[in-house]
Design a binder for this molecule. Sequence first.
Ligand code: C2O
Ligand code: CU
Length: 468
Amino acid sequence: MLPLTRRTLLTGSALLAGAALLSRAAPAAVGQGGAVRLSAGPARVNLVGKGFPDTAVWAYDGRIPGPELRFRQGDTARIAFANTLPEPTTIHWHGLRVPNAMDGVPGLSQPPVPAGGRFDYEFPLKDAGTFWYHPHVNSGVQVAHGLTGAFIVEEREPIRVDRDLLWLLGDWRLTKEAELAGGFGHPMDATHAGRIGNTVTINGAVRDSVPVRAGERVRLRLINAANARVFALDFQGHAPQVIALDGQPVTPHAPPDGKVVLGPGQRADLVIDMAGKPGEGFDVVDGFYPRMAYRLTRLSYSGEAPLRDSPLDAPIALAANPLPEPDLAGAVRQDVVLDGGMHGAMPKNAGPRGPFWALNGVAAMGHQSMGHHLEPLITVKRGQTQVTAFVNETGWWHPMHLHGFPFRVLSRNGRPAEHRAWRDTVLLGPRETAEIAFVAEEAGDWMLHCHVLEHQETGMMAVLRVTA
Ligand code: C2O
Ligand code: CU
């Protein structure tokens, strides 16, 4: 499937190549008591560009993506949420270490917020980094309708850059009229790679180009908010350094093979020195799917004189977050085997709408991403270090996400993982095994699932119970 471009939508007409300004999202409204007001509801927005029809979406505060929520490490986030959607929802704060009752999983950590209902979220911000928020009810539908937003926690002492940019990557399956295509949860998607779209947006719009200035140093926060699409971004002509993964600082390094790979749910923070000359342009190409590479956007240099002659000489390593270090010697071990999907071993109870996937042979058909029918797959004591190998016995990619506890990736296919990065979502290739370790520091029931939302909703989820 080729990504839908304006060219394919507007056949025969010239492509407008104006430099799209990546304006910073307006700050969220702060009301009484310092709470940020946030609502979810229907809206119409222009995704594809001028001269194209608006798309009926569901949005936080009427915007795609939702308002960028920005706090500082050590602050307390208070979000007064109002649901004006025609159905229940919740908000999950993806990657943030929040108390269990604030985790946004209906039936597991809170009741669903009914249409017309409200819920106050409040949690301390232990970690700095790039996080995001999205619903955890009927996720495959609600996220595909646009309910996504960035949650940025600034370091107390940030690294020095000239600009801090955010690209929240969205993936939409649109009709020729730029309306959302139906067929949510179709078995053809659920048994394969999920609902992959045909239109990729950066901060809610197709962007022909992104303006940059020669010599500047940019921190680029990337968030993959797609239902199912995996990205592998190649910043042609540039040498990005990865400084954080899933919000957690990592030893700065060049992305392997020069490509920044992001599975659904994952983030990467990059430092990019704009090494081109005034007036030049460089493509940013997404080449994850063989033979379907396309230009995501273009870094378009202004004619201004370079900001400086040689790259900024300032450290780019971020200070670590205060995460509890896994005690590998005292760890308990529980592996999780992923099975199912097209050409795989379908669960015994598979019907025409699923389940199609299983974790350790258990195919959870949660009611629309709700966890309340799920017996825990894993039970562990609070404070315990757990080591888990995710063993992917399927022929498909799976970004496995654990709520509550960032984990270190120890190894892949038996080989020590470079950087032992902290993550909250680990992307497994077909037949790949990844071993992770974490400290179960908060009691409660926590979700563990594939972030391809059509996989999650057809069996690929489970509950991790941490007992006090
Ligand atoms: Cu971002 Cu349970 O998910
Ligand atoms: Cu999956």
